[in-house]
Ligand binder design. Structure first.
Ligand code: SF4
Length: 338
């Protein structure tokens, strides 16, 4: 885990960057792209998923910065929307790479990715622990081997029942389906530009604050030149430049990633599977009947809903409380009543 105290960018500086105009962001991103390209003598690539962010990134690299020959690498996990795959294959100079294993292999061998990568990792570690290990104690109680408390190292209480839920949980899915193929591609095509943005997750924000855009010294060096862009900037850029984009975004989807990822799918406002049932009913049926995804999701959603029911119950007093500062004195008619 990165330490926030070592960050090269403060919260205020990040906020200031978010507030830059789109023109300034384009200029700054191009500076980072030129630096990265020069450092590696032009042997670089763009990690291209077909999503809006990487569509903008590819345009910045090839058209705004004038590097039309930089190859794009599309990691086809096998869980991609067919519309997105068609869109990506229609773009020039895109190299498609595949994982060595399938999603089914991942869930059968390691377990399901649920809730978030962090929760999946921690729950999986406890499920696999043999005996009372230091890691197991950390994940269950937050106590480190130095005797200090680490809130971030502990599984949140709401998710602890997942340990004995009857199915295996793991964070290996992205490693097998995305990271390993991209690492292979990096060796062939050179260090990548990646279209991740700091506002997408706490992990990405910490990484950006710690490394800045160009992470030259990471084990797998990568550049995230649009890390300080907002989702609004991305849409504005696409409109302004009239960029073609994946048709998924006109079908009601706000993301182009894996069709049936369970990460984050437990939130009540997340309708990815409702939408999938409408737009791709056969794939929806495959998820239900062949992958067992909805049995898993039911368990996760029940834990999540229970937590909110408990919170609501705690917040709702069973006996009406009469405000001590506004009592209606005996014989005093409250306005509007008789
Ligand atoms: S995004 Fe989800 S489904 Fe796709 S590789 Fe990562 S964990 Fe697996």
């Amino acid at each position: 885990m990165m330490s926030q105290s070592k960050a090269v960018l403060t919260d205020e500086e990040l906020k200031a960057r978010y507030a830059w105009s789109l023109d300034r962001k384009i200029e700054e991103s191009c500076n980072r792209i030129v630096d990265w390209y020069s450092r590696f003598g032009g042997r670089v690539s763009v990690s291209f998923s077909g999503g809006l962010d990487s569509t903008v990134l590819l345009d910045l690299v090839r058209n705004k910065c004038g590097y039309p020959d930089v190859p794009a690498v599309f990691s086809n996990t096998g869980l991609e929307f067919p519309e997105n795959v068609r869109f990506v294959r229609g773009c020039p100079n895109v190299h498609e790479i595949r994982p060595k294993r399938s999603f089914r292999h991942v869930i059968e061998t390691f377990g399901y990715p649920v809730v978030s990568k962090r929760v999946s990792q921690y729950v999986g570690e406890v499920q696999r622990a043999k005996g009372e290990t230091a890691t197991k104690r950390l994940r269950l109680t937050g106590m480190t081997s130095r005797g200090t408390k680490s809130r971030l190292g502990e599984i949140p209480d709401v998710w602890k029942p997942l340990i004995d839920c009857g199915f295996r949980v793991s964070d290996k899915c992205c490693d097998v389906l995305k990271k390993e193929p991209l690492a292979r591609a990096m060796k062939i095509f050179g260090p990548p530009f990646v279209g991740t943005r700091a506002e997408e997750s706490m992990q990405r924000e910490l990484s950006y604050k710690f490394h800045g855009c160009n992470a030259y010294h990471m084990k797998s060096p990568r550049s995230t030149p649009i890390a300080f862009w907002t989702g609004h900037d991305i849409k504005e850029y696409i409109r302004r430049e009239s960029l073609p984009y994946s048709p998924l975004y006109d079908m009601g989807y706000d993301r182009s990633g894996c069709m049936w990822c369970l990460l984050g799918a437990h939130h009540s406002d997340d309708n990815r599977f409702g939408l999938l049932a409408k737009t791709h009913p056969r794939i929806y049926a495959f998820c239900r009947d062949r992958l067992g995804l909805f049995d898993v999701l039911d368990v996760v959603q029940t834990l999540w809903d229970d937590r909110y029911r408990r919170r609501r119950k705690a917040a709702t007093p069973t006996v009406p409380i009469v405000s001590p500062i506004d009592p209606a004195p005996a014989g005093f008619a409250v306005s509007g009543t008789d």
